[in-house]
Design a binder for this molecule. Structure first.
Ligand SMILES: NC(=O)c1ccc[n+]([C@@H]2O[C@H](COP(=O)([O-])OP(=O)(O)OC[C@H]3O[C@@H](n4cnc5c(N)ncnc54)[C@H](O)[C@@H]3O)[C@@H](O)[C@H]2O)c1
Length: 439
C-alpha cells in the first residue's frame, strides 16, 4: 500500500521534477549523472575531489565514455551541477551512491566510502527520499550496513524512506551497451522501495529487472564478476598448458567458439585489471566465511590470474635466454599499459606488475601507450615514448600487454627482433610473423 508521501515522490519521478543527487562522479557516477540530466531531472553531483567538481561545472569530461557535448549541454541548461558539499542532499528526492569499494591490502572489503557517504545522507535525509546504492559490494551491505545508519533519525524504511540496491554494469569503452540500454537489476528493501526505485530507473533505462531483495541484487553483481574471473582463469590455465604442448590457444578458442550453444569465448592475457574483476570476487569470498564456506573457485581464479604477470616474465626470460640474452640489461619495450584495450583506465592493470617484475630483474624498460603519458614503477617515473621503427629495432623485445587499436602492429612485427604478444594483437599482421610469440 503506497503512502501519500511515496505517491508524491512517485509523481515527482514520473513528471521529472525530482531532484537527483549522484554521489561519486567517477567512471560510474559521471555517466549516470549525465544520463539523469538528459532524462530531464535536475542533477546535483557530489564528489570529495574539488578538481572533478570544477571540471564538471566547466562542462569538461574526464571520463572517455562521457560525451563532452552532452555534459556541456546538461551544465549550461542548468540540469547538472557539482559540489563537494553534502548539504545539497537536503534538496534531493533521490540519491544514487557510486563511490569506490576497494580492498584492504590483505584483500578484505573496504566499504568505508559507502559508510561515510551513508552517514552524510542520513544527516541530510528527509521524508520521501529514495536512496540507491550502485557501488559493487557483498550481499547484505544495503540492509545490514546502510539501513541502520539511514534510520537513526527515525525515518521508516518503506514508509517515508525508500532504499534499494541497483548495481551498475557499465562496460568501459563498450559503444553498443551503455547504462541506458543495459538491463538494470533493482532490489528494494520493501515492496514500496522496489516500486519507487524501479519507477525511477524506468524513466532513463530501457530494461529493468526487479528482484526480490537488495541481497539478491548485490549477489547478482558479484556473481557476474566471479563468473568472468573464473572463466578468465580457466582460459589462462589453458594458455599455459597450450604453451607447454606447443599448441596455439587462440586457434583452440576460435574453434571452440564455433559451437552455437554451451560455450562462450574468454581470452587469456597477462592478468586481470580494472576496478571490478580483480576486486569484487574477494567481497563474496570474505562474506562467505560468515557462513562457514570457503569459496574455492574464487580463491583459485584469483591465484591463477594473479600469477599471470609472473608467467609472462618467466616466458620472456626463456625467450631471451634462447637468443643468448638475459633479462638483466635487456631493452624491453612495453606496448599498452592500461588494463583494457582502447580505455584510459590504469587501475589494477597487470602491466604495472609485469613492469615491476621486469624492473626488479634489471630489464631496461620503455613503454608506449596513447592513454597513459607517465607511469610510476618501483619509484621510477617513466614517460611514454612513440612507437618508431628505430626504437623497435633497438629493443630486445616488444612486449604487447594491451592491444590498443591505435598501435601499428605491422610496424611492430616488421621492426622488433622479438615480439611477445600476450593479447593476440598481431593476429591480422600481413607478412612474416616468425618473430612473434603468443602468450
Ligand atoms: N568502473 C567500472 O567499470 C565499474 C563498473 C560497474 C561497477 N563499478 C562499481 O562502481 C563503484 C564506483 O566505481 P568507479 O569506477 O566509478 O570509481 P571511481 O573511483 O572512478 O569513482 C568514484 C568517485 O567517488 C569519489 N568519492 C570517493 N569517496 C567519496 C566520498 N566519501 N564522498 C564523495 N565522493 C567520494 C571519488 O573521488 C571518485 O570520483 C565501485 O563500487 C565499482 O566497483 C565500477
Amino acid at each position: 500500500m503506497i503512502q501519500s508521501g511515496a505517491k508524491m515522490l512517485l509523481d515527482k519521478i514520473k513528471n521529472r521534477t525530482a531532484v537527483v543527487g549522484v554521489v561519486g562522479l567517477g567512471y560510474v557516477g559521471l555517466p549516470l549523472a549525465v544520463l539523469q540530466a538528459k532524462t530531464g531531472y535536475r542533477v546535483l553531483g557530489i564528489d570529495e575531489v574539488a578538481e572533478k567538481v570544477a571540471r564538471v561545472n566547466a562542462g569538461k569530461s574526464y571520463i572517455s565514455d562521457v560525451d563532452e557535448t552532452e555534459l556541456r549541454q546538461a551544465v549550461s541548461a542548468g540540469r547538472l551541477s557539482a559540489t563537494t558539499e553534502f548539504e545539497v542532499l537536503r534538496g534531493c528526492d533521490a540519491v544514487l551512491i557510486c563511490v569506490p569499494t576497494p580492498l584492504t591490502p590483505n584483500k578484505e572489503p573496504d566499504i568505508s566510502a559507502v559508510v561515510k557517504v551513508t552517514r552524510e545522507v542520513a544527516k541530510h535525509a528527509h521524508p520521501d527520499l529514495l536512496v540507491v546504492l550502485e557501488s559493487t559490494t557483498y550481499p547484505g551491505t544495503t540492509e545490514e550496513v546502510m539501513v541502520p545508519i539511514l534510520t537513526q533519525g527515525g525515518l521508516k524504511v518503506g514508509q517515508d524512506l525508500f532504499v534499494a540496491f541497483s548495481p551498475e554494469r557499465v562496460d568501459p569503452g563498450n559503444r553498443s551497451f551503455t547504462t541506458h540500454n543495459t538491463y538494470k537489476v533493482v532490489g528494494g528493501v520493501t515492496p514500496a522501495c522496489l516500486d519507487i526505485a524501479r519507477t525511477f530507473y524506468e524513466q532513463s533505462i530501457v530494461k529493468i529487472f526487479p528482484v526480490s531483495s537488495p541481497r539478491i541484487a548485490e549477489m547478482t553483481k558479484v556473481f557476474e564478476n566471479v563468473f568472468r574471473s573464473v572463466n578468465i582463469a580457466l582460459v589462462n590455465e589453458l594458455a599455459i598448458l597450450c604453451d607447454r604442448m606447443g599448441l596455439n590457444v587462440y586457434e583452440v578458442i576460435d574453434a571452440a567458439a564455433t559451437k552455437n550453444f554451451g560455450f562462450m569465448p574468454f581470452y587469456p592475457g597477462p592478468g586481470v585489471g580494472g576496478h571490478c574483476i580483480p576486486l569484487d570476487p574477494y567481497y563474496l569470498a570474505w562474506k562467505s566465511k560468515e557462513y562457514d564456506l570457503h569459496t574455492r573457485f574464487i580463491e583459485l581464479a584469483g591465484e591463477i590470474n594473479e600469477g599471470m604477470p609472473y608467467y609472462v616474465v618467466a616466458k620472456l626470460q626463456r625467450l631471451l635466454n634462447r637468443r643468448g640474452r638475459c633479462l638483466n640489461g635487456a631493452e624491453i619495450m612495453v606496448l599498452g599499459v592500461t588494463y583494457k584495450a582502447d580505455v584510459a583506465d590504469p587501475r589494477e592493470t597487470p602491466a604495472r606488475k609485469v613492469m615491476e617484475l621486469l624492473h626488479r630483474e634489471g630489464a631496461r624498460l620503455s613503454y608506449a601507450d596513447p592513454y597513459t603519458p607517465t607511469m610510476m614503477v618501483e619509484g621510477h617515473s617513466y614517460e611514454a615514448v612513440e612507437v618508431t621503427a628505430d626504437r623497435l629495432a633497438r629493443s630486445d623485445c616488444a612486449l604487447i600487454l594491451t592491444a590498443h587499436s591505435a598501435f601499428d602492429f605491422d610496424l611492430i612485427v616488421r621492426h622488433a627482433p622479438l615480439v611477445l604478444d600476450t593479447r593476440n594483437g598481431t593476429r591480422h599482421v600481413k607478412g612474416s610473423t616468425a618473430n612473434v610469440v603468443l602468450l
